[in-house]
Design a protein around this ligand. Sequence first.
Ligand code: SF4
Length: 459
Amino acid sequence: MMISALDIFRIGIGPSSSHTVGPMRIAGRFLSHLVKSGLLGRVARLQVFMQGSLAFTGAGHRTPEAIVLGLMGFVPESTDPQDAEVALAALNEAQVLAMPSGLKIGFNPSTDLVFDYDTVPKLHPNGLRLLAMEEDHTVVADLTYYSTGGGFIASQKQLETPVQDDLIGGLSEGPLAFTSAAQLLQHCAAHGLDVAEVLLANEDEKRDRQETLSALDAIAVAMAACVARGLQQKGTLPGGLNVRRRAPDLYEKLTTLPSANERETLFDWLNVYAMAVNEENAAGGRVVTAPTNGAAGIIPAILRFYLLDAKAPKSSVHTYLLTAAAIGILYKQRASISGAEMGCQGEVGVACSMAAGALAAVWGGTPVQVTNAAEIGMEHNLGLTCDPVGGLVQIPCIERNALAAVKAANAARLALQTHEPARVTLDQVIETMRQTGLDMSSKYKETSQGGLAVNVVEC
Ligand code: SF4
């Protein structure tokens, strides 16, 4: 069952795909369940329990806000961050939840949103249990869902029966469906196609080709807009860590003193574009999951520097995004793109791998070189932990995206300059990441209980 490129790149809001976008979608899905089952009219109270990583880092990732926005009918794709703040302020003031059906119920965020640190969710570390009750506290619905990374969500039933997330677009197998890099390369060789063309053939099964290409254009525009906003927005990021936005100052320096630091300007440009996105993400701005929000700066940084600034044709942008998506799909199918399951290797590591392979494709690499670049992009991120300070997607996340963008370009170069067969295949490195993620202590998997999160004093 093939995941679509449009599931990998989703326009939403920051700061987290698994802790913000996913919970908002889950709340909306729970609401739909109440409507479809005719229960909504009986509901007088809602209570939501954040479990596992959603409890431990939910406050910093704005999970409670995302849940109530979802219950009020907001969806990630169209949420305007300013409208959302107005709605949240109104809710906090009146303690009344206005649902899209017109129903209004009393809702006290401090008691109806529960950080449940004790329940260990069995099926995935990001569990969300939602209860709907009548006036006399009779429970009319009690459902648990999971936010499985990158904005994907699944019900308990879906994870118990091993087919799968809610977000998988189109249920038909593509004509060139692939579940491994080896199979992907076989399709390329057998049909004389590159990686992007193989994925496009599968996308054609889901929708009209022009629709896919227009959606890819919209994704590129959203990524570019996010970079542009991040280059302009000055100030301090929310959350209490007092992290200053650095992208605008660096951008100003690069554009007003273009000859400064000449030999290293490549690093500076990739750094500034990646940080612009991740500072926007940390501020709750509009971001494209690539493949997650925490890792959202890497693919747009390469896109902006090597394609948009270079005025590359639209076809190159399509090749770039489709190739990146094909690689992201392999990680999603064969392992996970959730920091709560894999640590940061599953977020920044995967994004680095996707960007490396996609850039190699744009630079004319063969399908084998593309998968080699993707392999290198992950191999040197293996074991990368997730230990965000204060549970915020700021330290180490923002700089980490900048470093990974540089690493992705380097991985693409290395793959294109290497002509002997790779010693490690993309499938092998994905499996290694999966096993490493399973072995990694939960302290280092988006719980803020280890690493930098315990060694850096919040101020
Ligand atoms: S450390 Fe990595 S995985 Fe963890 S929140 Fe930051 S970007 Fe996401």
